[in-house]
Ligand binder design. Structure first.
Ligand SMILES: [Zn+2]
Length: 376
């Protein structure tokens, strides 16, 4: 893939790639990347990379990327962070919180439970219960270790929400058709303790208890769920900033506007973006319009909605290639979505993901051309 990508850039006449030695960062003044793109965050998500890192960084520089959202493994690979520093490219570590197949395999007792009483699992999406102190403590220690050892510019909290396979929730769905979580004993106990609401005697089974809570105390349940997520973000933010005071914190948010699916972003996902904007530096809704059967204009609608609630930095993530849906995602549609993503009050754009862009030369050229136009 890298060879193909390199060939494309050479055909396009990119001087940056022509003379670089292997694994030696190309020489350009630091922070130059950040100065490009009219102060906007221009990011890409990338999870793994085989091949030359210096070629990869040269491509990012050439395209106008100033921020990368990477897996901890990639950030730890060879001279990755040193190259990023030299290039003035910010590094955010993507850290998943409640999506954790490895821990769930070891201990299935950690599964969140749905209002139907089943494990929170749908295809590849499987979630840990959000109120297990031991699990949360392990996640926090893991993140702190990453911050100490990898010294990133930011952390990007992924799957910091309640269970939902939102990638498969299309516009016609209703709130009642989406599973609510988590109704296991840990959450039921914590809910009662925190709110003073007591479950009545005589309820039998998870589904019964979930029905009663949603019917009698649905509002309190949703507020409590949102509080669980917000408190967690706040505690992670406090702990990592005690290590690195300038560390930036991003939240990957479910791309639902406040009223979509009857308020599901709070009721189902437990993400109160107005509250999360306190401890977080930026919110990045995953505006993958194509897989969600929306139009590119919807990307901007989500940004406006999030901004109206947070008054903070909103940087939408948009998809580059096909996912879940068979219809091809055309170059024209990608360009349109990119334009929508960059419209004010957006603070930039994050592409999901670099690999998809790298294998589609036309989209890559369109991306670079759009970013060049920002500075004219
Ligand atoms: Zn639970």
């Amino acid at each position: 893939m890298m060879k193909k990508t390199l060939a494309v850039f050479l055909v396009l006449g990119s001087a940056a790639l022509a003379g670089g030695c292997r694994e030696k960062a190309p020489v350009e003044p630091p922070a130059a990347a950040a100065e490009k793109s009219a102060g906007l965050m221009i990011g890409v998500k990338i999870y793994a990379h085989e091949g030359s890192l210096s070629d990869l960084f040269a491509e990012w520089r050439s395209a106008g990327v100033n921020t990368v959202f990477v897996s901890p493994d990639l950030a730890d690979q060879g001279p990755f962070r040193e190259m990023a520093r030299k290039q003035g490219i910010s590094v955010f570590l993507i850290v998943p919180i409640f999506f954790n197949p490895e821990e769930l395999k070891k201990d299935p007792g950690l599964y969140a439970l749905t209002d139907r009483g089943g494990e929170a699992k749908d295809d590849w999406v499987e979630f840990v219960c959000p109120t297990r102190p031991d699990y949360l403590s392990r996640r926090r220690e893991w993140i702190k270790t990453l911050v100490r050892e990898l010294d990133p510019d930011g952390i990007s909290l992924d799957f910091i929400r309640y269970f939902v396979f939102w990638e498969m929730i299309y516009p016609e769905r209703t709130l009642g058709s989406i599973a609510n979580t988590c109704f296991d004993q840990s959450c039921l106990d914590q809910f009662q303790k925190d709110t003073g609401i007591a479950l009545p005697e005589g309820l039998s089974g998870t589904a019964d208890m979930a029905r009663w809570i949603m019917a009698e105390h649905g509002r309190e349940w949703t507020e409590w769920k949102c509080g669980v997520i917000t408190s967690l973000v706040r505690s992670i933010a406090d702990e990592v900033r005690a290590i690195r005071p300038k560390l930036r914190i991003n939240i990957h948010s479910v791309p639902w506007r406040e009223d979509d699916f009857g308020g599901a972003i709070k009721i189902i996902a437990g993400q109160d973006l107005a509250a999360l904007a306190g401890p977080a530096d930026l919110i990045s809704p995953m505006c993958y319009w194509h897989m969600l059967k929306r139009k590119p204009t919807w990307v901007h609608e989500v940004v406006e909605d999030v901004y109206s609630r947070t008054n903070g930095l909103v940087v939408p993530s948009i998809q580059v290639g096909n996912a879940y849906i068979g219809d091809p995602l055309s170059v024209g549609e990608f360009k349109e979505a990119l334009d929508e993503a960059l419209r004010p009050p957006s603070g930039g754009v994050v592409l999901w993901n670099w690999d998809a862009l790298a294998k589609e030369p036309e989209k890559k050229s369109a991306f670079a051309a759009r970013l060049k136009a920002l500075n004219r």
